[in-house]
Ligand binder design. Structure first.
Ligand code: 2X7
Ligand code: FE2
Length: 303
């Protein structure tokens, strides 16, 4: 009998600014801080995760873009230097991570069984993208758990948001089945921003918070609508409006991370915990958790 399960999921945005602001030893550039509301949100997420027993982190990243299907890291250990191509002034990070290859292979097989195009990434020199690294770092700066990283395929861009979302629903289901089958207790991270319209110029001091705000009010209203549905546990409704949100808020959900997460969690109906919301270079970002032990206990207590 299988004992594996997803113990928690989180919307875990990856602006490089958040790691830059924390000044961890792995990141070369130094900062004077900034974006505290989001960073304190991650701090609160980490506190809740510390009460949760999990043994692997799975992350779906918009910045590992693959043209042909869904790729999975499948090298037991990866290290190197990852540089954000847009913000090399903020993110030059020396990474060193372990990968749960057995779980990656199980997802690969479950995806193929659902007619998804799947590939294993077996190049030991592979440079891991900043989206994967940042969400994992902010959720677990100790890097003491192995990860499985999932790429973002191009279906949303080549066909439509609806088709992309349909594939992510199947990939989420495949991910859950593989976790159950391999007996893992898993934390899942959807590494993405919400509204994603950003400034086209950077202020002289990137962490000058007097310059930071959402690009425009319409983006903020869309973000609040989506967050409200998460807070109310209405994630199936959220999936219904996600294609429109993706289009109108120019959202990074177009890379599939959030749809994958909600599908893997089987569309949770308990209220999500919103740990923080804030803008980064004009984009809207929320740190949100669906922690099974906390969420389902709250629902039981309220009955
Ligand atoms: O990749 C990103 C992002 N998604 C949001 C904000 C700023 C920079 O990089
Ligand atoms: Fe991004």
């Amino acid at each position: 009998m299988s004992t594996g399960r997803i113990v928690a999921g989180a919307l875990a945005p990856h602006p490089p600014h958040l790691v830059y602001a924390e000044n961890p030893p792995q990141n070369e550039p130094r900062s004077e801080g900034g974006w505290e509301v989001l960073r304190w949100g991650y701090e609160r997420l980490r506190k809740d995760l510390a009460k949760t027993d999990y043994d692997v982190i799975l992350v779906h990243s918009p910045h590992w873009k693959t043209r042909t299907g869904n790729h999975l890291l499948a090298v037991p250990q990866l290290s190197g230097l990852s540089v954000d191509p847009i913000f090399p002034n903020l993110f030059r990070y020396t990474f060193d991570m372990k990968v749960d290859v057995e779980l990656a292979k199980a997802i690969h097989a479950e995806g193929q069984a659902r007619k998804l195009e799947m590939s294993l990434m077996e190049n030991p020199e592979f440079r891991v993208d900043y989206g994967t690294i940042i969400s994992c770092h902010l959720a677990n700066p100790a890097w003491d758990k192995p990860i499985v990283a999932v790429s973002s395929n191009s279906t949303y861009f080549d066909f439509s948001n609806e088709m992309g979302q349909d594939e992510m629903a199947r990939l989420g289901e495949a991910t859950r089945a593989a976790i159950e089958q391999t007996g893992r207790k898993a934390l899942l991270l959807a590494s993405c921003s919400l509204s994603h319209r950003h400034f086209t110029t950077e202020s002289e001091l990137p962490e000058d918070m007097s310059k930071e705000h959402i690009t425009h009010h319409g983006q903020y209203l869309w973000d609040m609508r989506v967050i409200e549905l998460m807070k109310q546990g209405r994630t199936r409704e959220l999936m219904d409006i996600l294609p429109d949100f993706t289009e109108q808020a120019i959202s990074e959900t177009k890379d599939g991370s959030l749809a994958w997460l909600l599908a893997a969690l089987d569309y949770p109906s308990f209220p999500a915990e919103v740990y923080g919301y804030g803008s980064v270079i004009g984009t809207g970002n929320a740190v949100v958790g669906w922690i099974q032990s906390i969420g389902t206990a709250n629902v039981a207590n309220s009955r």
